[in-house]
Design a protein around this ligand. Structure first.
Ligand code: ADP
Length: 416
């Protein structure tokens, strides 16, 4: 059966999942971190379920394979100088580990691309002109688009016969009406520079909205949904008729709610005020807003929600960070309910959404005024697709693990 690779290339990392399509069976997944370093870390998980746990079967230099109850795990630490070498290594390893016999088995490669601007409102087969546009959109996502383009070129070199598809994180939000995507700035900045809201996490919001309709046994076209993607990056989307009509992230992923290290919405004049008083360059300030703010900035101890929840009873800063996080989300939900004139379901996904029982509880309890009621017992789970509101609840609360890789593989399949 044909195999499709779903790829997510970051500035120093490469994540992939290999799926048998159209059966949608995951054959392997993996990650290379610290690309460009002498001690890059490679992890590949593959194989069928095994009963023996942690049984080492092969070990050589830094490389080793262990059997776990979920299959096999290959791990290695080695020097990887760039993305091309990372991709060469992964493909080579897929054959060495007998996951594939021949590169030609991989008939499609879908790449997550962060910024698609107004040019891409759906996934496309990569051509020279598509690649050129992805390059030109690097202004909008300077850390991501160049890496995405590099990944596409590197895979094309090694798998020239595979269909190469770009799946954009912004496409799903291209349905937003102008009154929602435009900032209240002089109009010429929009026409000159495309200064507007593009949103992000579109692949995830799209996936969980489709799953929600299946779980609710309703047509997407008749539903009003609010999807909460709460990972290290957090974004909230209002979805009507299966289409994104508003989202909390903006021109870049910096705006909206409080995130792990990103500030979310801030009065722009405050940014200049702080810069002036602290003598910070533009780059320094952008770095503070992206990397030193959010949960980390407020709590001063950690960007990880788990750490904050662990100490919030004894640490005022941690408690405040959690409160602000929940509060900002509740406010956006209120806005979107007003905007859509109601809501049928609220969906929780990504790291915090899938795993944090108390955060889901805190959010839902603040929303009881419009008839949503938490089923405390049903909510006591992690990472499963499940309804977490009571049967009597007028508005449903759903926990839906996201699956961006599957969505990417489906997009490749639809363009074959
Ligand atoms: P990314 O945006 O990098 O893809 P993830 O979706 O993997 O991030 O989410 C990572 C975040 O999920 C971590 O920063 C952590 O705060 C949060 N997280 C993971 N597990 C838990 C948990 N059990 N409780 C609370 N937060 C969790």
């Amino acid at each position: 059966m044909a195999k499709t690779m779903a790829v997510n290339v970051g500035s120093s990392s490469l994540k992939f999942q290999l799926l048998e399509m159209p059966a949608e069976r995951v054959i392997a997944n993996g990650v290379i971190e610290r690309i460009g370093m002498d001690d890059a870390i490679v992890t590949i998980k593959y194989g069928e379920q095994r009963s023996a746990e942690q049984l080492a079967v092969h070990s050589e230099d830094n490389a080793h394979v262990t059997h776990t109850k979920n299959g096999k795990k290959y791990e290695n630490i080695l020097a990887i100088k760039d993305h091309q070498q990372a991709i060469n290594f992964v493909l080579q390893q897929l054959t060495t580990l007998d996951i594939i016999q021949d590169f030609n088995e991989i008939t499609g490669v879908g790449h997550r691309v962060v910024a698609g601007g107004e040019w891409f409102n759906h996934s496309v087969v990569v051509t020279d002109s598509v690649l050129e546009k992805i390059d030109r959109l690097s202004d909008y996502a300077p850390l991501h688009n160049p890496a995405n383009a590099m990944g596409i070129r590197a895979f094309q070199k090694l798998l020239p016969n595979a269909l190469s598809v770009a799946v954009f994180d912004t496409s799903f939000h291209q349905t937003m009406p102008k009154e929602n995507y435009l900032y209240s700035l002089p109009y010429q900045y929009y026409t000159r520079y495309g200064a507007r809201k593009y949103g992000a996490h579109g692949i995830s919001h799209h996936y969980v909205s489709q799953r929600a309709a299946v779980m609710m046994n309703r047509n997407l076209s008749e539903l009003k949904l609010i999807t909460l993607h709460m990972g290290a990056g957090v974004s909230i989307t209002a979805i009507e008729d299966g289409k994104s009509i508003d989202t909390s992230m903006g021109f870049s992923p910096l705006s909206g709610v409080t995130m792990a290290t990103r500030s979310g919405d801030v009065d722009p004049s405050l940014v200049y005020y702080i810069q002036e008083h602290e003598g910070l360059s533009n780059d320094d300030m952008v770095n503070i807003l992206n990397k030193k703010s959010g949960l980390l900035g407020i709590s001063t101890i950690s960007s990880d929600m788990r750490d904050l929840l662990d100490v919030q009873d004894t640490n005022d800063h941690a408690q405040l960070a959690v409160k602000i996080f929940v509060n900002r989300i509740v406010k956006y939900i209120g806005q979107y309910i007003a905007e859509m004139g109601g809501v049928d379901a609220i969906i929780f996904t990504a790291g915090i959404g899938e795993n944090s029982i108390p955060v889901r509880q805190m959010i839902i309890e603040r929303l009881s005024y419009f008839g949503i009621e938490l089923d405390v017992e049903a909510n006591n789970v992690r990472g499963q697709e499940v309804e977490i509101s009571t049967a009597a609840s007028r508005v449903k609360a759903l926990l839906i693990p996201t699956n961006e890789e599957l969505m990417i593989a489906r997009e490749v399949e639809s363009l074959k």
